[in-house]
Design a protein around this ligand. Structure first.
Ligand SMILES: NC(=O)C1=CN([C@@H]2O[C@H](COP(=O)(O)OP(=O)(O)OC[C@H]3O[C@@H](n4cnc5c(N)ncnc54)[C@H](OP(=O)(O)O)[C@@H]3O)[C@@H](O)[C@H]2O)[C@@H](O)CC1
Ligand SMILES: Nc1ncnc2c1ncn2[C@@H]1O[C@H](COP(=O)(O)OP(=O)(O)O)[C@@H](O)[C@H]1O
Ligand SMILES: [K+]
Length: 500
């Protein structure tokens, strides 16, 4: 079976292991495949590595390391296996791998505070079996790997990372590349794990369909290729009304730019009409920058003006720069009554956290960053980050709607749908206003006919991918939210140039 875009929990992977071992009638077969796949990864990424250090732990991850060491040895490389002192000798399948390596003439040494010189370090300390923060010798060995200077290939998981949740409870290996086995691990694609994973690849170890009996993926991983299928088609004879009308509400005194960025992104992602309701003082600067937008200056966010705009629109994007003033609160009953699909961001979420909104309809999209998510769930930001997938799911259940939990490895969750993790985006995007661009992006897709979950997933991917493309032009530092505009447009048209 080939990669299928699924992300798995530790429990799921354990079940997969057990099913495959039963089918193969040999619980050593998978480890042998893993070791060989790891050796192929070395040949693919570092073909000239002559001296290879393999840091092996006491479990099956260490067994994979010994299998790899055996292949490297057989191919004439200078191999040193370094193990942890004071751990009980490997048992079961790992012991068999140690025996094979030793019988092939392999040497092992106990970590004495220093690692030998090498062109490549392989991290085979801990995989999915990590169950506490590394301490003592384990922590020192990880520190030595990180300060060694050679590139680091992590087998299955960078040691020290919790592959189920993405949390990093203590010190963890800083891998150049991680080779995952069997299936991708949910925790390696979101949150703090991204600091440790480096680039990543997968070897499925030739699993078969029957191995997946009773194994449910916990999420799907979306990469930029998904855009080709996710974006709505456009009829040749379409008119602007069919591409949806977005009403953007926000931009109180002192935050006028936020709602301008929402509007600009919505236009660049293809909304047919975009209207902005903001403070009167912000209308002229908005029109000077984006004459394509319609603008209403409102000293009161309600009444006939807003009612007319609400009646005409297909989607309301509310929150960026909204503040929590009386002006902002005024809008809530009007917007709630309108019965339009909503995208709630920033201060609209803060108002939701303090119960200023009535229950939100199920086709609403919430786009919290971890701080806003913490306020919504009444927990701390570290609580949210400890298990981002679970946090997004919990928020989606609590409010009965779609949630986009932003940040490195954005997670989209919705009741009854399998969550999606966005495998795109970069730290250049950590700058004020970047979330406003996401709000406009998602609102525009919703206006063009995608359902709430599809619009949220596609919008989050489009936004992150545009950020990745924009970064290539001049680096992460200094990237501005509006730098994404041309890339939003380019990536929103995967079939460009259109031969028609
Ligand atoms: N089974 C199979 O068929 C296949 C398995 N595969 C491979 O096996 C990996 C999973 O192997 P695994 O279950 O043996 O767990 P693993 O990650 O080696 O760690 C457990 C060991 O580490 C120890 N330990 C844990 N945390 C610690 C800490 N903080 N500090 C110190 N020690 C700590 C723990 O010791 P304990 O504390 O329990 O005494 C135990 O000894 C998987 O990721 C993949 O690489 C592949 O080959 C495919 C086929
Ligand atoms: N390190 C990162 N990696 C990937 N994406 C990031 C990173 N930091 C921020 N982002 C993205 O940038 C956007 C920031 O949004 P937000 O925090 O709401 O900013 P603001 O409120 O200033 O507009 C989100 O879409 C988030 O996913
Ligand atoms: K490892």
């Amino acid at each position: 079976m080939h990669e299928d875009g699924t992300l798995h929990s530790i429990d799921g992977l354990r079940r997969l292991e057990a099913n495959a071992a039963r089918r193969l009638g040999d619980d050593r077969a998978l480890m042998r495949r893993a070791g060989l796949a790891a050796w192929h990864a070395v040949l693919a990424h570092w073909p000239d590595a002559r001296r290879i250090v393999v840091a092996c732990g006491p479990g099956n991850n260490g067994g994979d390391g010994h299998e790899l060491a055996m292949h490297a040895l057989a191919c004439g490389r200078d191999v040193s296996v370094v193990g942890l002192p004071a751990t009980s000798p490997a048992g079961g399948t790992a012991a068999e791998a140690v025996r094979r390596y030793t019988e092939a003439g392999g040497r092992s040494q106990v970590f004495d505070g220093r690692l030998p010189h090498a062109d490549l370090v392989v991290d085979a300390l801990f995989g999915i079996g990590l169950h506490r923060a590394p301490e003592g010798d384990a922590a020192r060995l990880i520190e030595a790997i990180n300060s060694h200077g050679a590139p680091v290939l992590a087998l299955d998981v960078p040691s020290g990372v919790d592959a189920g949740t993405g949390t990093v409870p203590g010190i963890a290996v800083q891998a150049s590349h991680t080779l995952e086995f069997m299936r991708r691990k949910a925790g390696l694609w979101t949150g703090a794990a991204l600091n440790h994973r480096g680039t990543a690849s997968l070897d499925t170890l030739e699993l078969e369909t029957t191995d997946f009996d009773g194994v449910e993926a916990v999420a799907m991983r979306w990469t930029v290729d998904a855009l080709a299928h996710a974006l709505p088609a456009r009829r040749r004879d379409s008119h602007k009304g069919q591409h949806g009308r977005v009403l953007c509400i926000g931009g109180d005194h002192g935050h006028g730019g936020a709602i301008v960025m929402v509007a600009e992104a919505a236009l660049r992602v293809g909304a047919g009409l975009v209207e902005v309701a903001t403070r009167p003082a912000h209308v002229a600067p908005l029109l000077a920058r984006r004459p394509e937008a319609m603008a209403r200056g409102c000293d009161v966010l309600g009444g006939v003006t807003l009612e007319g705009s609400l009646a005409a629109c297909d989607v309301v994007a509310i929150g960026p720069g909204l503040s929590q003033s009386e002006w902002a609160r005024e809008a809530v009953p009007w917007v709630s009554r309108a019965g339009k699909p909503l995208v709630l961001d920033a201060d609209a979420l803060n108002l939701l956290a303090e119960s200023a909104w009535p229950v939100v309809p199920s086709d609403t999209i919430l786009t919290p960053h971890p701080g806003e998510a913490a306020r919504l769930l009444g927990v701390t930001t570290p609580d949210i980050q400890r298990d981002r997938l679970a946090s997004a799911r919990q928020l989606a259940e609590r409010h009965g709607c779609t949630v986009v939990l932003k940040g490195a490895g954005t997670v989209v969750a919705s009741p009854g749908r399998r969550p999606v993790v966005i495998a795109a985006g970069n730290p250049g995007m950590a700058v004020g206003g970047m979330g406003d661009v996401l709000t406009g992006t998602i609102a525009a897709l919703r206006a063009q006919g995608l359902d709430a979950f599809e619009a949220a997933c596609t919008g989050a991917l489009l936004h992150a991918a545009a950020g990745d493309r924009a970064v290539l032009e001049g680096g992460a530092r200094g990237l501005l939210p509006t730098d994404l505009s041309p890339w939003l447009r380019r990536l929103a048209n995967p079939d460009f140039p259109d031969p028609r």
